[in-house]
Design a protein around this ligand. Structure first.
Ligand SMILES: [Zn+2]
Length: 326
């Protein structure tokens, strides 16, 4: 064992972020790879292995000497079985795949799986923006809109699927969500849904710099950076779509707060981090008219930024060791 070093991997729809941390959760090495857009779970697993090897190499440790590697994955994760099911944002991943097994052999260490958004929320609760609070709602505004809940200092996972704030209904009978249902918050605020709306409006003849910026950057999707640049240029279409997203986030997050009455809301995710504190405060403003009580929860941008998910996954590797039988 290399002095209690652990690995953490955040498996997102757009990127794979890997870190190696020490016992004090200090990041010693990191690597970022794009998530494969074609193929299937085996190809994604191969990319996770390469990202972890690169992060470990940057930290100067072979992966086999890591105590464990935590993985925050989208979809339904079964930590006991080591499987990930229905990860809709990943290529060819509609079924169940034994991810822990696929990683354990090439990395030569124990793999602990968790939900990507919940581990990022846990990281903000322990190390990031919500350190002084015991209750927290994490809102991860990116490709989709994910959520995580901490109540009384403990993650609340419900029967395994809690925190799906992206699918809170903000408009009954409203726009079709990538999940297939109608009127979800994600149908207005998720980056994928926003891109679809932008494309439809361009097909109808509206103008925007969004897709010019995308081509200029050699991208095939509207990344958070592209949205941010279009907003800086006062692009009308981008501004309108972001305003719609903020209104949906305000309604959805306030509704969740009316139920949970958490002390703090942390806004993370690709768009949340890229747009930063001014937009977190605009979400807070959009929440206010929907809040039942006077006292606003504290609304903050995620402090661990892009590394939060991976650092949270590394926390998972520590906690699983503590829980494991001797
Ligand atoms: Zn939905």
């Amino acid at each position: 064992m290399a002095g209690g070093l652990r690995g953490g991997i955040d498996l997102g729809g757009t990127k794979i972020q890997a870190v190696v941390v020490d016992a004090g959760n200090r990041v010693l090495g990191e690597a970022r790879h794009p998530t494969p857009t074609a193929g299937g779970p085996r190809d994604v697993a191969g990319e996770l292995v390469r990202a972890m090897e690169e992060a470990a190499s940057a930290a100067g440790v072979p992966t086999a000497e890591l105590e464990a590697v935590g993985v925050g994955a989208p979809g339904a994760t079964d930590a006991r079985a080591g499987t990930v099911t229905s990860a809709g944002n990943l290529p060819g991943w509609s079924g169940t795949f034994p991810l822990a097994q696929a990683l354990a052999e090439p990395l030569g260490t124990r793999i602990v799986l968790g939900n990507d958004v919940q581990v990022a929320t846990d990281a903000e609760a322990e190390l990031g923006a919500a350190r002084e609070f015991s209750s927290l709602l994490g809102v991860f505004w990116g490709t989709g809109v994910g959520g995580g809940v901490v109540l009384d200092g403990r993650p609340w996972v419900g029967r395994g699927a809690a925190g799906e704030i992206g699918h809170v209904v903000v408009k009954v009978g409203g726009a079709r969500c990538p999940c297939g249902r109608r009127g979800c918050m994600e149908a207005y605020a998720g980056r994928r849904a926003m891109e679809d709306r932008a494309r439809r409006r361009v097909e109808k003849g509206e103008r925007t710099v969004l897709f010019d910026l995308m081509e200029h950057k050699g991208r095939t999707r509207l990344t958070s950076g592209i949205w941010a640049r279009a907003l800086e240029r006062d692009d009308k279409l981008a501004t309108e779509l972001i305003d719609e997203a903020l209104a949906a986030l305000g309604a959805g997050v306030a509704s969740a707060c009316n139920v949970l009455d958490v002390e703090c809301v942390v806004i993370g995710g690709g768009l949340g981090v890229r747009l930063g504190e001014p937009y977190a405060q605009r979400i807070a403003e959009a929440m206010r008219p929907h809040l039942f009580f006077e006292e606003m929860p504290v609304v903050r941008t995620a402090q661990l930024g892009d590394l939060g998910g991976a650092v949270g996954a590394a926390l998972l590797a520590r906690d699983a060791r503590e829980l494991a039988p001797a």
